[in-house]
Design a protein around this ligand. Structure first.
Ligand code: ADP
Length: 364
């Protein structure tokens, strides 16, 4: 593996406006266990599973940049959490044999926060900005000439005495990652010449990721067990990894460290991960929609307040999978539970006045 690259990972803090949001209620398979992620993250493009279209396009961009000995054009990666944005962003500099600096939108409140990254960026290096949609407007203004002309405009003094100094910097590549491409302003989006969208994974790809990572974690797992975990991983590699981590612990304590299909099923039942991969927060969302909002339509803010989950978390982590599986619908008047959603949580339509519904024996 490449050793020459400098991988600086800064701690990602929450922005101050999050203070007003309710405390996130985390699933048992926290989507942000960074250390675990880093252990299992593919190091090279050939280690990446799935996302064929993205991999093929990146390979062309890398080859072209190498042939021209020019930096890669700025690249925007968008898609839901846990699908591989950071993975691709950190694989690219390794493939290019260049250094990588890492920061995150919420850390960039003022131009002075971005300045050291830019002035430290060597020719052809990569600056990865995670959650780029959360950069402040002042930083966004500041980054336009940086990305377009590799020029830094610094204003000194104030009022009548203010003057602007222009500084030329080495050409480098900004890789931005976002779960909310719709929140980026058009001028910022337009400065990314390359834009790639990451999509959810197929079952066989998730099973492959689980088998490879079991090997990295030195745990024995059979294919049927990997398939079982894949089914419940909500089409997301990070969730697959986190399920694997729990099942490994369970197997160690209860099954001599060997993960068979039955061990996987028992371990996931203990964590209340149901046969679709829904966890307590997902089911609570659906139950609240029925019990409090009579099945909907209900606004996302109202649902968030009822179950004490920030709207961002609902929109990024909970709703996409429910929508994709037809458990809820998004209508102009709000979210509505579908008959599939009702069936899944074993509840009947609210108008029957029997909201407690049937038991949940089929869930796990
Ligand atoms: P994001 O930045 O989109 O939230 P990450 O890149 O941090 O997601 O991915 C989370 C974890 O999922 C990684 O640590 C890695 O182990 C795994 N992963 C993501 N995408 C892939 C992939 N295409 N192939 C193999 N593993 C992947």
């Amino acid at each position: 593996m490449e050793t020459g690259n400098r991988m600086a990972r800064e701690k990602i803090f929450q922005s101050s406006d999050d203070d007003e949001e309710p405390a996130p209620f985390r699933s048992s398979f926290d989507l942000n266990d960074e250390q675990f992620d880093d252990t299992l993250r593919p190091q090279r493009l050939c280690d990446v599973v799935g996302q064929r279209k993205v991999v093929d396009r990146l390979q062309i961009m890398i080859d072209a940049a190498k042939m021209r000995s020019e930096p890669l054009g700025h690249l925007l990666l968008d898609g839901p959490p846990g699908l591989g944005k950071t993975t691709f962003a950190t694989v690219l500099p390794r493939e290019l044999g260049t250094e990588c600096l890492i920061t995150s939108g919420p850390l960039l409140a003022a131009p002075k926060d971005l300045l050291p990254h830019i002035t430290n960026a060597g020719r052809g290096s990569v600056l990865f900005i995670d959650e780029i949609h959360r950069m402040s407007p002042a930083v966004e203004e500041f980054i336009y000439p940086v990305m377009e002309d590799f020029r830094v405009d610094i204003t000194l003094g104030e009022g009548m005495n203010a003057r602007t100094i222009n500084m030329q910097i080495e050409p480098f590549t900004v890789i931005g990652a976002t779960t909310r491409s719709g929140m980026l302003t058009a001028p910022l989006r337009d400065r990314f010449v390359n834009r790639l969208h990451l999509d959810y994974y197929e079952l066989d790809e998730l099973a492959e990721i689980i088998l490879r990572n079991a090997k990295k974690l030195k745990v024995q797992i059979d294919e049927a067990a990997a398939d079982e975990l894949a089914i419940r991983a909500r089409a997301t590699p990070r969730i697959a990894n986190n399920l694997l981590s729990w099942v490994r612990d369970f197997a160690m304590v209860k099954a001599k460290g060997v993960i068979t299909k039955q061990v996987a099923i028992d371990a996931l039942a203990m964590q209340e991960v149901d046969r679709l991969g829904l966890e307590e927060p997902d089911r609570k969302y659906l139950q609240t929609l029925v019990k409090i909002f009579a099945g909907g339509p209900a606004g996302v803010q109202a649902i968030g307040h009822s179950i004490n989950v920030p709207v961002d978390t609902l929109e990024d982590e909970i709703e996409p999978f429910l929508l994709r599986n037809g458990l809820i619908q998004r209508t102009p008047r709000g979210r509505v539970i579908t008959s599939i959603g009702l069936e899944h949580i074993g509840m009947k339509p609210p108008k029957n006045d029997d909201q407690g519904g049937a038991g949940q024996s089929q869930l796990f």
